[in-house]
Write a protein that binds this ligand. Structure first.
Ligand code: NAD
Length: 502
């Protein structure tokens, strides 16, 4: 555990500029250009980040390719490879306080929340080490007395991993851990708005002394560095988390080189609260589910459908809670909602409050206190009396904004919940156990929770349907994405072979 003196020391640490990590070395971008990395709380510059270009992606992919084809990574004994993976997990544990600090400094996410997120990151590595140890098993097929056929799982090659800024370290490790544990080599392109913890991950992996070229990080913009990674012929797969529109561009751009793609995309998830729900627990979950992580959460319950019988009471309770949420410095332990990632995203979220007014809803929000006005703050907001066809009910706002609607009965709740292009998550609150299951079965989403907030066991599949994604991450689903299943047919007799041309 870190002492309070160490915490204060972290607060006064200036951040050195960030380099790319290619072939086991920290190196400037070949163009020499950098990106200014801004603090969302002060809008002052934190540091500069090497701006990777297609040339740098080429170098990183060449290093990863060489390490995959010629290095010991995929051929070394499993216990040895897993020892590296466990070592990375241990090193992450040693740095939890520093990683959470950097994450909050860089993204504006409150430190009490980044700490919880980061402490799960080491488990991603341990989980996938255990998974690979137990799952490297295949099927065997007896074919008469002539053949024996069996399957093996092989690593795929160079994995291109592209991640967003909203939970950077968690999402990076979620992809890096299964990719490395299964024997692939990696080029990670983290979000340009949140490079700090990705750089620390490179430092940690460097310290773990993985063979050169196995893990590479190229910072830079999506349209240049990310695009070059997606189009590179020596990259076999792309695991992407980000906006739906970007996902669709990536699928198109990866088509010429026929990559397999895993897509974790945007969401606008419903929370359905029936009259008979446990009122206080549903309220807690609803408030946490939209305002935690500053509302910048893919699985946020951003559309509330509350049954007519409890609507007034529920909305009154929501208003009270929302007015009490503590906005502030993301590095302050008591802060519940911090500033949004950058000015651009702030303007987008604020813009939706104007749209909400134009659409004729009632917007309940608050002014931002003068002492924090420099930050990208949007106060926790309720959009009341909305209709499901409105933009504020259909589009992903990705901020601390809850759109509130009502429903009459179960049938209407399901219809409204499904009348949207997204299908990432859904939450159902009712004390009627049959109805809970029924509704969960009918809501079109990849992940449903009944009488629960978003609690996830690492073994379960994570992902969305409709415009929220393609494929599943987590559990053995991740293992399968990062491995190629091969079938080996072996003849055990001199079976008949046609003798053409004899
Ligand atoms: P984004 O799509 O703008 O960027 C994500 C990453 O893609 C960044 O690294 C970016 O540089 C890169 N990128 C952008 N254009 C690219 C291109 N043409 N080619 C290759 N790479 C490109 O997303 P964001 O704003 O960083 O993140 C927020 C979004 O992520 C939200 O929509 C949120 O719902 C979604 N998200 C989804 C999940 C999930 O698991 N489904 C989890 C977290 C976030």
């Amino acid at each position: 555990m870190v002492s309070s003196r160490e915490k204060v020391a972290l607060k006064h640490e200036t951040q050195k500029d960030i380099l790319l990590y290619i072939n086991g070395e920290f190196t400037p971008a070949s163009s020499g250009t950098t990106i200014k990395n801004m603090n969302p709380f002060t809008n002052e510059q934190i540091n500069e980040v090497a701006e990777g270009q297609p040339e740098d992606i080429n170098k990183a992919v060449a290093a990863a390719r060489y390490a995959f084809d010629n290095g010991p990574w995929k051929t070394m004994k499993l216990t040895k490879r897993m020892a590296y993976i466990y070592r990375i997990a241990d090193l992450i544990d040693e740095e939890v306080e520093k990683i959470s600090y950097l994450e909050s400094l860089d993204t504006g996410l409150p430190i009490s929340q980044t700490r919880k997120m980061v402490s799960r990151a080491s488990e991603n590595f341990r989980f996938y080490a255990r998974m690979v140890e137990s799952r490297l098993v295949g099927d065997a097929y007896q074919v008469d007395e002539e053949f024996i056929n069996y399957t093996i799982n092989a690593p795929v090659g160079v994995a291109g991993l592209i991640t967003p800024w909203n939970a950077p370290f968690m999402l990076e490790t979620w992809k890096v851990a299964p990719a490395l544990a299964t024997g692939n080599t990696v080029v990670l392109k983290p979000a340009e708005l949140s490079p700090l913890s990705a750089n620390l991950l490179a430092e940690i992996i460097h310290k773990a002394e993985l063979p050169k070229g196995v893990f590479n990080v190229v910072h830079g913009f999506g349209e240049t560095a990310g695009d070059a990674l997606v189009k590179h012929p020596d990259v076999q797969l792309i695991s992407f988390t980000g906006e739906t529109k970007t996902g669709s561009t990536i699928i198109k751009n990866s088509a010429d080189t026929l990559k397999s793609c895993s897509m974790e995309l945007g969401g606008k998830s419903p929370i359905i609260v029936f009259d008979d729900a446990d009122f206080e627990r549903a309220l807690d979950a609803c408030v946490w589910g939209i305002y935690s992580f500053n509302g910048e959460r893919c699985t946020a319950n951003s559309r509330l459908f509350v049954q007519e019988g409890i609507k007034d009471k529920f909305v009154a309770a929501l208003k009270k809670r929302v007015a009490n949420i503590k906005l502030g410095d993301p590095l302050d332990e008591v802060t519940e909602v911090g500033p949004l990632i950058d000015r651009g995203h702030y303007s987008k979220v604020r813009g939706y409050l104007d749209i909400a007014k134009e659409e004729g809803t009632d917007v309940t929000t608050a002014d931002i206190p003068a002492e924090i006005a420099k930050g990208n703050f949007v106060a926790p907001t309720l959009i009341l009396n909305a209709k499901n066809y409105m933009r504020v009910a259909q589009e992903e706002i990705f901020g601390p904004v809850l759109t509130v609607m009502t429903f009459k009965d179960e049938e209407e709740a399901i219809k409204l919940a499904n009348d949207i292009k997204y299908g990432l998550a859904g939450y159902v609150w009712t004390n009627d156990i049959k109805r809970g299951h029924r509704v969960a079965h009918k809501v079109e989403a990849g992940m449903l929770w009944v009488n629960s907030q978003n609690v996830r066991d690492l073994r379960t599949p994570f992902g969305g349907s409709k415009s929220s994604g393609i494929g599943r991450e987590g559990g053995h689903y991740g293992f399968e994405f990062y491995t190629e299943q091969k079938i080996i047919h072996v003849s055990i007799t001199d079976h008949h072979i046609q003798q053409f041309g004899k």
